[in-house]
Write a protein that binds this ligand. Structure first.
Ligand code: ADP
Length: 568
């Protein structure tokens, strides 16, 4: 039956757009195609910023990091089956990292998919997404679009944030309904991530343990950066007088040059501390699971602050679990500490500071070398100064040696300015993260990339040029993965870990109208990056690094399994 032509109508396309707008979703990271091309067009026409990428995985990584930066779900929009699968890696990454994200995918006809009759891009996407994300929903009727988005948004941001899959079959978009009824079906999510106040007992228990410590340590993780409770965290940390260690994406939450920062004394504080308070950091592989050699022999007590109750005791006993949102918890700590809290023993803080100064002094001369071809330290020395002079710029960082060394060398000064490979140590987040960082914050972005890491998302330099984003990409080009010097002893093929020698990634940028520079010395690098950061022009600098510089897998070479049969 034809709908009454007299009444005003809406349809699935418009209800999806209206549901997003009603909930403050103003940006979509997408790759167009069947069945969502028109959705992207219409969303753009209705004032949503729709950024089209060259590959869904990069659009997905952009949405994931947008979620981290804004505390709102980043939205990635993809086509069915292959596009969906490409986006799924990023959705799983967002879930693993506790970033709120929604992957919205078009899908094929339910009836045909379920009977496996071979539809265009046939795939049971909902079933596949489910085990890889925090929640997954499908909307079959236009009148349920409002509820579908409400559920997706709340699932993404409440409690421990994560990735949500939202399946929208092609047929849904064209479904029409009365416009008034459509508007009434939309849901504005009220208080999507409610404060979670810690129990007073848990607060007291935690402070009692902290008070008993002779050598306490606070570890700040990216959950603490995500929480956007910057002042409350700073107040608590300073009131406690406890040295703090920032995990990589928590760097800058308190400045790396803060007198209590133990960043450059990491191994000492892990070994020697007797009480460790984790704030938004998990005791996963990045912290050696809270046990073993790097944690030393002295007995340790852990206090853990996390919104996810199941995180407690995941690896070792937690003497004082505090379940709540970080803002509420640290505020409760500061209040309960009162005005005459005894700060952490000053001998301990001095010992940490001494260690830190020694380590910094040891590294300093290496950062000042002007070698050509460059080594990592020479190149990073100049980039370190550039970030110091532009503390509000955003640093994106991936690679093996490029990641591990940049993390240690480059001090951060403000919260949420360092974006990197996250919990999986995944390569490929680079261009997606850089684009989202520029789009969401409007700040200049410096992306420091290993040549191998860059390869996973390199085509997005076209996207950067197309949207004219203030992104400067620096490729640490040492001709290969880990190093460019490997030889194949068995034949003519290049060794498995080397790339084309002397490749000129800067020419890629020029192909799309951006600025390309080949830098062979720290001085040249410095000049080119300064110019890019000042001009805001899309720029790619091919930084020529000695192919022999770097080590296998950077700092995590120990994770490579060894063959006992390998001849030494
Ligand atoms: P890192 O890798 O920096 O050590 P992780 O990703 O391992 O950090 O840990 C982040 C933790 O922060 C997760 O366990 C997550 O549940 C928690 N978290 C995220 N947001 C909040 C919040 N607002 N309040 C409390 N905990 C949070």
């Amino acid at each position: 039956e034809a709908p009454d032509t007299q009444q005003e109508l809406t349809d699935g396309f418009h209800l999806v757009i209206d549901a997003m707008k009603l909930n403050g979703i103003d940006t979509i990271y997408n790759v167009p195609g069947i069945p969502i091309t028109d959705l992207g067009r219409m969303a753009q026409a209705e004032g949503i910023r729709v950024l089209s990428f060259r590959h869904e995985q990069n659009a997905g990584y952009a949405a994931a990091i947008a979620g981290f930066l804004t505390k709102k779900p980043g939205v990635c929009l993809t086509v069915s089956a292959p596009g969906f699968l490409n986006g799924l890696t990023a959705l799983a990454h967002a879930t693993t990292n506790c970033f709120p994200m929604i992957l919205v995918s078009g899908s094929s006809e339910r009836e045909i998919v379920d009977l496996q009759q071979g539809d265009y891009e046939e795939m049971d996407q909902l079933a596949i997404a489910k085990p890889l994300c925090k929640a997954a929903f499908r909307v079959l009727h236009a009148q349920d679009i409002g509820i579908g988005f409400a559920r997706a948004i709340r699932a993404a941001v409440s409690g421990r944030p994560g990735g949500v899959y939202l399946d929208l079959p092609a047929k849904l978009f064209g479904q029409v309904m009365n416009a008034q009824a459509g508007a009434a079906s939309l849901v504005k999510v009220i208080d999507p991530s409610p404060a979670q106040i810690p129990s007073p007992d848990s607060v007291k228990r935690a402070l009692d343990v902290l008070k008993s410590a002779k050598r306490p340590l606070i570890i700040l993780g990216k959950g603490a950066a995500y929480a956007q409770a910057d002042e409350a965290i700073k107040n608590f940390v300073e009131k406690s007088g406890v040295p703090f260690l920032p995990m990589s994406m928590a760097k800058g939450l308190l400045p790396d040059l803060h007198p209590q920062c133990a960043g450059a004394a990491r191994s000492t504080v892990l070994k020697d501390s007797d009480v460790v308070m984790l704030i938004g950091a998990r005791l996963n592989w990045l912290l050696s699971h809270g046990k073993g050699k790097s944690w030393g022999d002295a007995p340790k007590k852990f206090i853990q602050v996390d919104i996810e109750p199941k995180e407690m005791d995941s690896n070792v006993e937690i003497a004082a679990p505090v379940v709540g949102d970080i803002g509420s918890v640290v505020t409760a700590f500061s209040e309960a500490m009162g005005s005459n809290w005894t700060k952490a023993p000053v001998e301990w803080l001095s010992a940490v500071q001494k260690k830190r100064e020694d380590n910094v002094a040891k590294m300093a001369p290496r950062l000042m070398n002007n070698n050509s071809p460059m080594d990592y330290h020479g190149a990073l020395g100049v980039l370190r100064t550039i970030i110091k002079e532009r503390p509000d710029a955003i640093l994106v960082n991936e690679g093996a040696n490029t990641l591990d060394l940049a993390r240690g060398v480059i001090d951060m000064y403000q919260p949420r300015k360092r974006l990197d490979v996250g919990t999986w140590g995944v390569m490929g987040i680079g261009m997606g993260s850089a684009i989202a960082a520029a789009v969401e914050t409007g700040k200049p972005v410096l992306a420091i990339e290993g040549d191998s890491a860059f390869g996973f998302s390199g085509m997005e330099v076209e996207t950067i040029c197309r949207y004219n984003l203030p992104i400067c990409v620096v490729i640490f080009n040492n001709d290969g993965i880990y190093r460019g010097t490997d030889q194949n002893s068995a034949g003519d093929d290049p060794a498995t870990t080397v790339f084309v020698k002397g490749a000129r990634y800067d020419k890629m940028m020029e192909a799309f109208g951006g600025v390309g520079v080949n830098a062979t010395s720290p001085d040249e690098l410095k000049r080119a990056v300064n110019e890019a950061m000042d001009s805001g022009k899309p720029t790619l600098i091919n930084a020529v690094i000695d192919p022999a510089a770097g080590s296998e897998s950077g700092r995590i070479g120990n994770l490579n399994p060894q063959s006992v049969l390998t001849k030494k």
